[in-house]
Design a protein around this ligand. Structure first.
Ligand SMILES: [Zn+2]
Ligand SMILES: [Zn+2]
Length: 288
């Protein structure tokens, strides 16, 4: 059977095709149009020699670190300068074409200051959650192509060697979680994996464990499904009040899901969850 196209590391053509398909999703028309612009920009930058060279630098230690079981596999501090340059390129390209919400325009203006930009990039490289979210948006947009090119074919550890919620390739938090199609192997079931918010790598993670705090008491982790988006569910935790969105690829429509795009298109589920006092650790491009 042909494996569906899921928009993994640097597969911008697949993500763009899905984003264009979902661009008129009610309630998220504007974030979806911004997503299309962002993906088209990232696709162009992923072919630029500057970005390709930066990704090679990022990727350089991965084989050696994998052999020594040292995670994350990349050393993000190495690429502070090229990421800084990419932030300027992203702002110059996207501000004129995308009708961006005011906080993103304000952040774009602030990032024109070299000192502030360098400090924010340095923070983001350590942990993408550290800068202000609007500033983080720009650095994500700018740096993802570098990280994604570096993640193509990266030696992701098997589940016996890596059971953490952080990405083993780049150390960032998961954007979404997926329940895969049946593996076809006897008794293997349908594995769950997390999908990285920074490099788009995916790695296996226990089915009923909270990604925010590690809670695995089945009475404290719950799953909520909405009729409006049958492939998605909200997996929440009573212990930390965190949640993650999970796409069940076995559901009707699951064959078409491109997780990083469907995450933005299904923002109504995030509104439902945040309305109940739940919080996700990585926002979607729709701002929730
Ligand atoms: Zn990653
Ligand atoms: Zn939790």
């Amino acid at each position: 059977m042909k494996r569906p196209r899921r928009g993994g590391p640097a597969q911008y053509d697949e993500r763009l095709a899905r984003a264009r398909e979902l661009v008129d999703t009610p309630g998220v028309e504007h974030p979806m149009r911004v997503l299309v612009e962002v993906l088209a920009h990232q696709q162009r930058r992923a072919e630029d020699p500057t970005v390709v060279a930066a990704s090679a630098l990022l990727r350089a230690p991965t084989e050696q670190r994998a052999a020594a079981a040292t995670y994350p596999l990349v050393d993000a501090a190495d690429i502070a300068d090229p990421v800084d340059g990419e932030v300027v390129v992203a702002i110059d390209a996207l501000v004129p074409v995308s009708r961006l919400p005011p906080p993103l325009m304000t952040a774009a203006g602030a990032l024109g200051d070299h000192g502030l930009r360098a400090a924010a990039v340095a923070q983001w490289l350590v942990d993408p959650a550290l800068p202000d979210p609007a500033v983080g948006f720009w650095i994500n947009v700018a740096a993802q192509p570098v990280f994604e090119l570096a993640a193509i074919g990266a030696p992701v550890p098997r589940r016996e060697h890596w059971a953490a919620a952080a990405c083993p390739v780049c150390g960032a938090a998961a954007q979404v979680s997926i329940i895969a199609e049946e593996s076809g192997e006897f008794m293997a079931g349908s594995p769950r994996s997390l999908w990285c918010s920074r490099c788009a790598a995916d790695w296996t993670y226990p089915r009923a464990r909270c990604v925010s705090c590690g809670e695995d008491d089945a009475r404290r982790v719950g799953s909520w499904i909405a009729d409006v988006w049958p492939t998605a569910r909200i997996e929440s935790c009573d212990t930390c009040r965190g949640y993650i969105k999970t796409f069940d690829l076995r559901e009707r429509g699951g064959v078409d899901v491109v997780p990083l795009v469907d995450d933005v298109a299904s923002a109504t589920l995030d509104l439902w969850a945040t309305g109940r006092g739940l919080q996700r650790s990585v926002r979607s491009l729709a701002g929730v």
